[in-house]
Design a binder for this molecule. Structure first.
Ligand code: ADP
Length: 441
């Protein structure tokens, strides 16, 4: 059963129940009130009459008595019958009972009787009709049995209409979800438009979620296609070289050349696969860090010494400027990897005959690693995407031995895993500064 039907049925049943209970209480309450009122009037009339009747010398004197007072008929009786007064013709006869309210039923309806003995077997009898209550109750019954079902029906229909209208956007949410499931098209949106009710809020949240899922899905697709693309080239080279070597089995020199190419490409593939593995681990949150305390400046010196040869090939002056005693607790191998990436990039994209400085400093409670060059720089349009996986401003300029555009994204993941953050400043044609900041202590 749909929520719409459940809501309407629920409140219709409750509403009917409440109205019936209220009416029953009202009816019995007001019926009782009317009855009490009638009896009180009758008692007053009979008591007034009894006070005004005198028995003198065996004669009943009724000079001041009113025989019809406020709906009550007053009559005076002794054993032989009615002596005086008014007694309705259609009222039934009843035994005399002193001070007792009787409720005899006549052919024309119900009555109230009250008798008061004033002495010598003489009674004052008050008689009043009780038809008012019956009329009230029966008219209310008509209301309950005819009007109530109509009102409940109207309320149910009105309620169903409002609930249906309110739930209409929910149907759009369901339809969109079904369409996405059927077509695998994550670009679809519910787009309910303006509105502040819960369903609009839900639709907006759903659209935002779709936006993020689509972006993540696209990123994933792009990543897979980039990875396959990067792996395809070395595989093709390996295949071609293997074939070439196979055709020159007698020529040692050519064979050696072919194997050297194969080995280089295999190393490239191995490097790429290990980088992919590292990113996958980072995504899964299973990147295992082995933290230890070490001096960043000393690590910087080591990194620079391993890259000296690469720098000298381009006549780049490579130097370290390290503040003393910048000690961090981190995974040394991984931090070295970040430094190597920064400095190696600075050399690759540096100017021939230029300079590269690796700076280690402490700033605002953070250990700062900075690699500055006076190389080609990065255009503003690329700077946002520079940390993305496989992103290269100009793939043809990348270092042939490493570059697949994963270095910076891995560096970023490493620094984030250590609780730090990365940033870059660059001016095209003037140079760049890549920075990683690590929390200290
Ligand atoms: P790769 O160097 O393998 O291409 P990276 O992720 O290390 O991959 O770098 C991504 C891209 O960022 C590079 O292709 C290059 O375009 C740009 N880049 C990185 N460092 C610098 C730098 N110091 N100067 C100019 N461009 C840089």
């Amino acid at each position: 059963m749909t929520i719409k039907k459940r809501i309407v049925i629920w409140y219709t049943i409750w509403m009917s129940f409440l109205v019936i209970v209220t009416l029953v209480i009202l009816l019995s309450g007001s019926g009782m009130l009317v009855r009490r009122e009638a009896i009180a009037d009758l008692e007053e009339a009979v008591n007034d009459a009894a006070e005004d009747i005198w028995i003198r010398n065996g004669r009943v004197i009724t000079d001041d008595v009113s025989f019809f007072d406020d709906g009550a008929y007053i009559s005076i009786w002794d054993k032989s019958g009615m002596l005086e007064g008014r007694f309705p013709e259609d009222a039934p006869s009843a035994e005399f009972q002193n001070g007792v309210i009787q409720n005899p039923q006549g052919e024309s309806g119900a009555w109230y009787y009250l008798d008061i003995e004033i002495g010598n077997g003489i009674f004052v009898r008050g008689v009043a009709r009780s038809y008012d209550v019956g009329l009230f109750v029966s008219s209310m019954q008509i209301l309950i049995f005819i009007l109530l079902p109509v009102l409940v029906l109207l309320a149910a229909l009105g309620g169903y209409y409002i609930v249906r209208r309110s739930f209409k956007p929910a149907e759009k949410v369901i339809r969109t979800a079904e369409e996405i499931a059927d077509s695998d098209d994550l670009s679809k949106r519910i787009a309910l438009g303006d509105g502040s009710d819960e369903i609009h809020q839900m639709a907006t949240a759903f659209d935002n979620m779709l936006e993020r899922i689509e972006a993540a899905f696209e990123k994933e697709k792009q990543f897979t296609s980039d990875a396959s693309h990067e792996l395809r080239t070395p595989i093709a080279v390996i295949l071609a070289e293997s074939e070439y070597a196979g055709g020159h089995i007698d020529d040692c020199k050519k064979m050696e050349e072919a194997f050297s190419v194969i080995s280089k490409q295999a190393a490239k593939m191995s490097n790429l696969v290990s980088e992919l593995l590292m990113l996958a681990r980072s995504d899964k949150g299973t990147l295992h860090l082995h933290p230890e305390s070490f001096d960043l400046g000393e690590l910087g010196e080591m990194v620079v010494s391993t890259l000296e040869e690469k720098a000298s090939c381009k006549n780049i002056l490579l130097s370290v400027k390290a503040a003393p005693g910048v000690v961090v607790t981190a995974d040394q191998g991984m931090i070295a990897r970040v430094m190597i990436n920064f400095v190696s990039n600075a050399i690759t994209y540096g100017r021939d005959g230029g300079w590269v400085i690796l700076r280690i400093a402490e700033r605002n409670g953070f250990a700062v690693i900075e690699a500055e060059d006076n190389g080609i720089g990065i255009d503003k349009t690329h700077i946002e995407r520079i940390w993305d996986r496989f992103y290269q401003v100009d793939p043809s300029r990348s270092d042939n031995s490493s570059g697949a555009g994963l270095g910076l994204s891995i560096a970023k993941e490493i620094i984030i895993a250590h609780g730090g953050h990365v940033s870059v400043e660059s001016i095209i044609g003037q140079g760049s500064t890549f920075r990683a900041e690590l929390p200290m202590g």
